[in-house]
Design a protein around this ligand. Structure first.
Ligand code: ADP
Ligand code: MG
Length: 701
């Protein structure tokens, strides 16, 4: 995107926050730390929720789960220090009912305020507690004996915290910013037809309603996020994100690419050497890929295929074409374990055909690294397999034509851009093939990957028997161990996966270690292996190789085996603490079995009691092996952020929109995006700038 000169500051759309009363350098710095530079940034800092202090609820009428405001008298106060300090204040009102206010953080002065007989007003969410309903950390204010509670005439917006700025100051600043909202016509960027068709308010009206909902606003509608004001904002936000991704695509396409269209001899030889025939779906996707690569524009294709659908070989055949055309291929995987496995496959497939396959991971150091870098830079290495180490500055390719990224959701858009830049050769960009085993519901895929074309391998290789899944309480561990003994006696192999909530490789490794020891003691006749993230790459590789060769019968592992590990003879999988994992992850793990002809099973071990959510998840896993169906459920249960690992993709940064809730807006969004890009690219720029802001810089990358 070309740099535009800064607009004159008289324009209310670009005034600095420092023009607001009470914003000096200190406050401006705090706002800036949160990405709030201009007055308009404050308009778009939207409430997370609303609190209804427009009325007082009699304590007797409180309902668990429904936040409410009460006015009452302190009845009793209790301070305890059993496990941690706690302050409990019983409050009652003329309805004769009592509610307990419970505080875990409080200071002496605060505690001293609560004197039996004093009146107060409190707002919070009642929950069932030891003695009836409780409010944990309610907001409250003491009242003079005869004072009115003073109900508000509007819903109170609750804003995301800005560090170092109190909620009251923020509320005031946003109020000041809203006073500068220009007339509707000046603010509006959406085509009028679109708004009218969807019967949505103008942006000005939507912002005013969202920040300061009137007392008669439909609160349940607001709470669900489906108020027309919110829908209006969500529409524009979705449009902005979509446009931003589309522009990345357009910018990339503008680079052009070297068309790859060899006679196809190398791929044909590889095909002949394979022990199997491609499925119809693999062939179709391969054709799509080959067609894309033959064009003078960079391919941007996402291949989705359920676990075990055979994506790797499709990538290998595409790679063969690039190599035959005299160019290089980079294959990047998110973990070393997975990258090593790809390396083994690619070497087995391509080296007999005379193709040089090089290896580059973070752990490749010293002379080996220098050698690898030289091979890559000289072009002698025709295929380079590795981890994100491939993206480092030192890595230079001689003539990179194809970048394959496996398990896309673990890499972000930005990382993808970094690898692409490796292939920038004059004005040309490499073709990109992105593979993911996390099936993403269609609507979501269209939004998350608006910069990519999508192919789906929707057919499994023949001869697979579906995995049978059971959920078993951890109390029955003994039976599960017996089951492993029996399976291994029949020549089968098994995985035991240890999972933990803590996001610490260290703790997880320890847990796996001790499980390994227990199981070794319980199964003295079996040959066990241990695999976790703290082991050296060479150790991991050795263990994997022994398991693959059938020397080890039971592999005790952490979730490092989640992605891509492929040992067809393994047909039993035990997942410990399965209730803690999300569906997508369980599906990935389970995908490690059911890869051979033997009937496979998966045991989901859980620690009772199960929450409702956990029960539902295990039930979904028990009932289905269809990755797309599981993804739809996952989306329903957890929302898109979790599903896509959006901390990386940037989708989590939606302020109002919710891809599930607002899914019905997406077709409109896509249509509007096409129209804007074609007819008023300037407007499109402004929409992106407004909502995506700094992230939009990547658009021109
Ligand atoms: P994923 O899509 O999960 O990455 P892989 O590429 O690892 O799946 O393939 C899973 C297994 O299926 C591998 O052992 C692979 O060799 C095998 N495979 C791939 N395609 C076919 C096919 N058409 N017929 C039989 N087996 C296949
Ligand atoms: Mg794979």
């Amino acid at each position: 995107m070309p740099k535009r000169p800064p607009a004159p500051s008289v324009d209310p759309l670009s005034q600095s926050v420092t023009t607001l009363p009470g914003v000096g350098p200190a406050v401006a710095a705090k706002l800036a730390a949160r990405g709030l530079h201009q007055v308009q940034d404050l308009w778009f800092l939207l409430p997370l929720r609303y609190e209804d202090r427009t009325r007082v609820t009699p304590i007797g009428m409180l309902a668990a789960g429904s936040p409410a405001q009460v006015v009452g008298q302190v009845l009793a106060v209790e301070r305890g220090f059993r496990y941690r300090p706690v302050l409990k204040v019983a409050v009652s009102d003329p309805s004769q009912a009592t509610v307990v206010l419970r505080f875990f953080h409080f200071n002496r002065a605060q505690a001293a305020l609560f004197v039996p007989g004093r009146r107060l007003v409190a707002y919070g969410e009642p929950r069932p507690g030891q003695h009836g309903l409780e409010m944990v950390h309610p907001s409250y204010r003491m009242l003079a004996d005869d004072a009115e509670a003073g109900v508000r005439d509007r819903l109170d917006p609750v804003y995301p915290a800005v560090e170092g700025l109190g909620p009251q100051s923020l509320l005031r600043l946003i109020g000041e910013a809203l006073k500068r909202l220009p007339p509707a016509e000046q603010l509006e960027l959406l085509p009028a037809g679109l708004r009218e068709r969807l019967q949505l308010p103008t942006l000005r009206e939507a912002l005013l309603t969202a920040h300061r909902p009137p007392p008669d606003a439909d609160l349940p509608q607001f709470a669900l996020g489906v108020h027309p004001a919110q829908r209006r904002l969500a529409l524009e936000e979705l449009l902005a994100h979509h446009l931003s991704l589309r522009r990345q695509r357009i910018a990339l396409r503008a680079h052009g690419a070297m068309p790859v269209r060899p006679p196809g001899k190398l791929a044909a030889s590889l095909g002949r050497r394979l022990k199997f025939k491609l499925t119809g779906a693999q062939q179709r996707v391969l054709d799509e890929v080959a067609r894309d690569m033959a064009r003078p524009e960079p391919m941007l294709r996402l291949v989705q295929g359920d676990v075990g659908s055979g994506k790797t070989v499709v990538a290998a055949l595409a790679a063969a074409n690039a190599v035959e055309a005299g160019r290089q291929v980079a294959l990047m995987a998110p973990t070393e374990l997975l990258a090593e496995q790809h390396l083994a496959n690619f070497r087995a497939w391509l080296e007999p055909l005379g193709v040089q396959v090089a290896w580059l991971a973070g752990k490749v150091t010293g002379k080996a690294r220098t050698a690898a870098l030289t091979e890559i830079a000289s072009g002698r290495a025709q295929v380079v397999v590795g981890t994100h180490a491939l993206m480092q500055d030192k890595v230079a390719f001689a003539s990179l034509a194809l970048v394959v990224v496996d398990e896309q959701h673990r890499f972000g858009v930005h990382q993808r851009l970094a690898l692409r830049d490796k292939g920038l050769d004059g004005s040309q960009a490499p073709h990109q093939l992105v593979m993911t085993a996390t099936p993403i519901p269609r609507t979501l895929a269209m939004s998350a990957y608006a910069d990519l074309d999508v192919s789906v391998i929707d057919e499994m290789p023949p001869g697979r028997t579906p995995v049978t899944t059971v959920a078993v309480s951890g109390d029955r561990r003994g039976e599960v161990v017996e089951r492993i003994r029996a399976a291994c006696a029949e020549g089968r192999q098994a995985y035991w996966v240890c999972t933990l909530i803590e996001d610490s490789e260290e703790v997880e490794a320890q847990a796996a270690q001790s499980t390994y020891e227990q199981l070794t003691a319980a199964l003295p006749d079996l040959r066990l292996g241990l695999l976790h993230g703290r082991m050296k790459p060479a150790e991991k590789q050795a263990v994997m190789a022994r398991f693959k060769a059938g020397e080890l019968q039971l592999l005790v592992a952490t979730t490092v085996i989640e992605v891509g590990v492929d040992v067809p003879n393994a047909s039993l999988m035990i997942i410990e603490n399965a209730e803690r994992l999300g569906l997508a992850q369980l599906h990935q793990l389970r995908g490690r079995v059911g890869r051979g002809a033997a009937a496979s099973s998966c045991v989901l071990m859980y620690k009772p009691p199960l929450s409702q959510m956990a029960r539902e998840r295990l039930e979904v896993m028990r009932a289905s092996t269809d990755g797309f169906l599981i993804a739809e459920k996952d989306l329903e249960l957890r929302g898109p952020g979790e599903l896509l690992g959006t901390r990386q993709t940037g989708l989590a940064s939606f302020r109002v929109a919710d891809l599930v809730r607002d899914a019905d807006l997406l077709p409109e969004v896509h249509r509007a995006a096409e129209t804007l890009l074609a007819e008023s690219p300037g407007l499109a720029d402004r929409v992106v700038e407004r909502w995506v802001g700094g992230a939009a810089r990547f658009a021109g990358a």
